[in-house]
Design a protein around this ligand. Structure first.
Ligand code: NAD
Length: 303
């Protein structure tokens, strides 16, 4: 019996994340129709059989579902609502999945057309860094209806860890969960940097300090696993630019404001991130706030 043909996936945004995600979709057998403002970002995919389109409208018109993986809400809005954007090309009944870290407001115009044109929208932002995108092991937090999530699951499973593709609620819930994950992770990073800088300056050996933290109630995945990229390799993760980390922190604080919850700690973490961005540049890695503390004590924290 012939295998059921895979739907054609349209993909817009072939950067640090989108490049790995599309490679995995291609390897899973999904025909791809792609675009980006950087034509060269599609070279390898096109060699592997993907088709290039000149606009988001053409991507949407020629695919069964369209995915966006773009830097900020402004970029998502341009790609969706612009004159050659997704809304200008998508067929009635079409599906759009935004996997960017963004906010529900961007989808408002699409949502207005949702009922009239039968469009289906999902927010499905991800965690797992560029390495998770290239290994197909992303964690994906999906907002939308249960029916729509079930329908697109095979596509998501080509990019993420099936055990960690979570349907977290209605439209917008995926964005909210993702922003809270990043907020907490960035807070862990700043708190860990501060504690390690103080402890080492007080004369404790870094390895002993870390082992003690791991053995204590203050342990975290950050102390146990994530900080090792800095402590062992001096790697501050340039796969995620600090400019985008600052964007996420800003969106997180906007969300807190919109729901009326004070966010004192998050605001402080955001300011520390902005200081690191100003010191080391927009393209410095998301973990460079750690460097601020290393600079303060005048030595790198390495095992
Ligand atoms: P990136 O800047 O590396 O890639 C974005 C891509 O979008 C680029 O190739 C850019 O050319 C393209 N683009 C921008 N405007 C466009 C337009 N108008 N039309 C077509 N293409 C356009 O960003 P990234 O690191 O891949 O992140 C993408 C999203 O994923 C962001 O929202 C980010 O917050 C989120 N995210 C990133 C990571 C990470 O580790 N990098 C992890 C989780 C989530």
């Amino acid at each position: 019996m012939a295998a059921t043909p895979r739907p054609t996936v349209g993909f817009i945004g072939l950067g640090n994340m989108g490049s790995g995600m599309t490679r995995n979709l291609q390897e899973a057998g999904f025909p791809l129709l792609v675009t980006d403002i950087r034509r060269e970002s599609a070279d390898t995919l096109v060699e592997g059989g993907a088709l290039w389109a000149d606009s988001a409208a053409d991507v949407a018109a020629g695919s069964d579902l369209v995915i966006t993986m773009l830097p900020t809400p402004r970029h998502v809005s341009e790609v969706v609502n612009g004159p050659r954007g997704i809304l200008a090309g998508i067929a009635d009944g079409g599906t759009w999945i935004d996997m960017s870290t963004s906010v529900p407001e961007v989808a408002d115009r699409v949502r207005k057309e949702e009922a009239r044109r039968g469009l289906r929208i999902l927010d499905a932002p991800v965690s797992g860094m560029a390495v998770g995108a290239s290994t197909g092991m992303l964690q994906i937090f999906v907002g939308g209806t249960a029916d729509d999530v079930a329908r697109v699951r095979p596509v998501l499973e080509a990019m993420g860890d099936p055990e960690r593709i979570l349907h977290v609620g209605a439209n917008g819930a995926g964005y909210a969960v993702k922003l809270m994950i990043n907020q907490l992770w960035f807070s862990h990073l700043v708190a860990t940097a501060e504690v390690m800088a103080i402890g080492v300056k007080a004369g404790v050996d870094l390895a002993v300090l870390r082992d003690s933290l791991i053995a204590s109630p203050a342990n975290s995945t950050f102390v146990e696993r994530d900080v090792l990229s800095i402590l062992q390799n001096g790697d501050y993760d340039e796969g995620f630019a600090i400019a985008l980390a600052c964007k996420d922190l800003g969106l997180s604080i906007d969300l807190a404001r919109s729901v009326g919850v004070p966010a004192e700690l998050s605001s402080l973490v955001e300011q520390i991130y902005r200081r690191a961005r100003a010191s080391y540049g927009d393209n410095a890695g998301e973990m460079t706030p750690f460097r601020l503390y290393e600079d303060l004590i005048g030595r790198e924290l390495r095992l």
